[in-house]
Design a protein around this ligand. Sequence first.
Ligand SMILES: *Cc1c(COP(=O)(O)O)cnc(C)c1O
Length: 434
Amino acid sequence: MKKAFVTKEMVEEIVKKYPTPFHIYDERGIRENVKALQKAFSWNPGFKEYFAVKATPNPTILRILHEEGCGTDCSSLAELVMSERTGIQGYDVMFSSNETPAEEYVKCAEIGGIINLDDITHIDFVVNALEGKLTGEEAGRKLPRRMSCRFNPGGLFTLGESSESVQVMDNPGEAKYGMTEEQIIEAYKRLKELGVEELGLHSFLASNTVTNDYYPALARILFQLAVKIQKEAGVKLSFINLSGGVGISYVPDKPSNDIQAIGDGVHKVYDEVLVPAGMGDVAIYTELGRFMLAPYGHLVTKAVHEKHIYKEYIGVDACAANLMRPAMYGSYHHITVLGKEDAPKDHVYDVVGSLCENNDKFAIDRELPEIEIGDYLAIHDTGAHGFAMGYNYNGRLWSSELLLRMDGTVTLIRRAETLEDYFATLEGFWDIEV
Ligand SMILES: *Cc1c(COP(=O)(O)O)cnc(C)c1O
């Protein structure tokens, strides 16, 4: 069962100040979940979660996570700057980017972040970027003390032992990210020669996994590679970054991941592979996005139209511009009709937004209680890759973001976009007044 963290009464109060649609986040849920993650990895003294900023790029959210001991995982200039302005710098910043412009490496180095190289050719690129050769400045910066390399094992990534139980998780052989084993060993040798003292290993092999076996399986691959790197490159790694990919269950009847079991699973492999190789002090890092935030966000929207043609439609005031996942991936997002939590689900609806696109459907053939115009709907699990993936198609504006505080009050943490914002980048054409 999925239960909304807001009620009809709460929303009726909120909309007096902040009209629908809006994204709202649950501070208590976020903090409790970080604590559970940290407890699951407390056996590892250097453990750190670097929150994937792209999932929920809001400084208030970053600050809450930072207060709980998390860093940020950035992949663009805007994310680096947001992290810096939130007061998150130095080794609290991981820069796991790809196809990265020179200026962004420079920015990362300036704030003392950890550059995670996506390719062996990027060693020279970063050296040149920091020296200023790529940006035309006289800089002469040195490579940072601490860096990381991203690994791609190729082939298919599977879980399970016997041929019947093998589950294909993803296809790294088709993924643009990371280096081959041969390249990564070479990369560590070169980085060591160039004076980088603390090196890490990173890999991201599958997204939104709903199994307790993903991290342990990934850890085994990376830990075995770490032992090989020590032998062949003479580099003892300082940290291993399991990256993102631990998912959540979006559907109500499928169990979610058990983070304690995941932490225990990684611990077991650590003791089996790293400890005997004399690497019992390697820190484990994660770069989770979805797992940290998705369940602690709702998109709250109001039913504004109903339509009875070949199917039953409910039109709401949010659209795919506020939450792209259903349109883009056909993703299921659970919906609670607020105030009707216990009513029988005896109607079948398509719940649709206003884009001139027929894939703008938050739910298709969904069994729900009878929806009346004016009802508020909480769309679940929108805290990660929700607001963040928004766009302006059809001239739809970005919604506000709200935070439900620990004490039950609600704070605006991003105002809704206005028409002035929307027109602000149009040059030399008109001065708009609205
Ligand atoms: C997207 C991303 C993450 C976060 O992924 P989730 O599936 O949200 O956990 C972490 N690291 C990198 C490099 C990413 O691109």
